[in-house]
Design a protein around this ligand. Structure first.
Ligand code: ACO
Length: 432
């Protein structure tokens, strides 16, 4: 294959290098395009833009492949657990036992919240959305650890391990307390003897004289949900993290920005939107058929379907569906929403509208049903996604911070507004 690509603009030919990744993905390297030709690329939504070089995650959307640091998601889901996968994603290697034990113990010990932060929870109105509160509280966590959030790149990088452990350990506590605040429940202290997911469930559900002891399979399913969300290449929230990091901001500010970006229903908010959609279908007495017709007629979307990158299947959705069926069987739950979801999936996979647009269930189509079965409140679903995605955001922050050639992210635009106009004084009749 040629190692240059030729671009013809007007009567002039320009050659640009062709870059190939380790998985044979090919890109035309246009980093010097404007400098050389005076023109820019236009790629709204960035669907054709490689915004960075990264060693963290590889996705082949056509083949349904997802690998973290080279390890297939199917192997990690079957043999690893969330903290081990988090370590792998952040540092690039599967940790040796002693390293993993130390990492796990440090994360578990950092679940306890700085006492100074406790009054902050009472400051939010009880109906505030958990994602808004979480984004604010992660910024506050940085404010209460100023030595880890200096915006001095060298210092923040040197203290990355500590910041990452604090964020991973505390985000669960913040999430549980945010939910308790909304439910009017007093706080519960973390128990460092418990596993990562178990401790979260304890902080979320235990009552003063009634400790919550989850079924081991339930804790395992939640751990798997965290693992399946741990990183996903240059999605909306991760790109946001990299964008903010490129300006030199500290990890707490960047993770908080990632949480805000994740909130929307087209991204992390989809897991909540799926359940709301399934509930509406159920309440209306429809078996899903009328809803599919309405989507095809242009009124709304089938939430939990479609993906910018996966155009065949989302490997996380396959794992999630199998786990969903196992957990429901184990808990003896028969959720009517699961039946509606299965019918919607079956119908959509046969329907020309969805097939021609390559729309398949994504990871969030089934995760909400598991979370419902575990008893997680609906308004906390996207927060669960945020807990899972934290190592991915941190790994991307670290990659940006470590890059010696890194430049501030600053895309250009093509302006299509009015051309230069003359200022009209206040009172001028031609003002709108
Ligand atoms: N239901 C119905 N039609 C859809 C859906 C859907 N879920 N998703 C895309 N389409 C249609 C669009 O209407 C469009 O049709 P058209 O060509 O006739 O105009 C076509 O498919 C392409 O859609 P785009 O919006 O251009 O696709 P894009 O790659 O930009 O969007 C996205 C991807 C946001 C995930 C989209 O599929 C969607 O809105 N899905 C539902 C929300 C969701 O589940 N989000 C979670 C994503 S995964 C994650 O963040 C964890």
């Amino acid at each position: 294959m040629e190692d240059t690509a030729t671009l013809r603009i007007g009567s002039q030919n320009y050659n640009f290098p062709v870059f190939m990744g380790t998985e044979q993905e090919i890109a035309v390297d246009l980093r010097h395009l404007r400098e050389v030709t005076g023109v820019i690329t236009l790629d709204e939504g960035y669907a054709n833009t490689g915004s960075c070089l990264s060693e963290i995650t590889f996705i082949d959307g056509e083949a349904g492949v997802l690998r973290h640091r080279g390890y297939p998601i199917e192997d990690l889901a079957a043999q690893s657990h969330f903290l081990e996968t988090a370590h792998l994603i952040m540092y690039g290697q599967l940790p040796a036992k002693a390293v993993l034990d130390r990492f796990t113990s440090r994360v578990n010990r950092s679940a306890l919240l700085n006492e100074g932060m406790q009054p902050l929870f009472a400051g939010f109105p009880s109906q505030a959305h958990p994602m808004g509160m979480l984004a604010a509280l992660v910024q506050a966590l940085g404010a209460y650890s100023p030595e880890l959030a200096t915006n001095d790149r060298k210092l923040d990088l040197a203290r990355f391990d500590e910041a990452a452990i604090l964020l991973m350990g505390t985000i669960r506590t913040l999430a549980a307390l945010v939910s308790r605040r909304r439910r009017g429940l007093p706080m519960v202290y973390p128990n460092p003897e418990l596993g990562y997911a178990e401790n979260f469930l304890h902080m979320l559900f235990s009552l003063p004289n009634d400790p919550y002891e989850p079924h081991p399979e339930v804790a395992k399913a939640l751990d798997l949900i965290f693992l399946l969300h741990a990183d996903h290449e240059q999605n909306c929230s991760t790109s946001t993290v990299r964008m903010v990091a490129s300006g030199g901001a500290n990890p707490f500010a960047c993770v908080s920005a990632g949480i805000s970006a994740l909130w929307g229903p087209l991204h992390g908010g989809a897991n909540m939107a799926v359940i709301q959609m399934l509930q509406e279908i159920h309440d209306s007495g429809d078996n899903g058929h009328l809803f599919i017709d309405a989507v095809k007629a242009g009124s709304g979307r089938l939430m939990g379907f479609g993906h910018r990158v996966y155009k065949n299947y989302d490997p996380r959705a396959t794992i999630m569906k199998a786990t969903c069926e196992r957990v429901l069987r184990l808990l003896g739950h028969s959720d009517p929403l699961l039946n509606i979801a299965s019918r919607l999936e079956e119908e959509a996979l046969r329907d020309e509208y969805f097939v021609s647009r390559k729309l398949y269930p994504n990871v969030d189509f089934y995760s909400g049903i598991i979370l419902r079965a575990i008893g997680i409140p609906l308004d906390l679903f996207t927060v669960i996604f945020a807990i899972g995605r934290t190592p991915g955001w941190l790994a991307n922050w670290r990659e940006v911070a470590m890059s010696s050639k890194g430049r501030i992210y600053r895309p250009r635009q093509i302006y299509i507004g009015p051309v230069q106009r003359e200022y009209m004084p206040l009172g001028d009749k031609s003002r709108a």
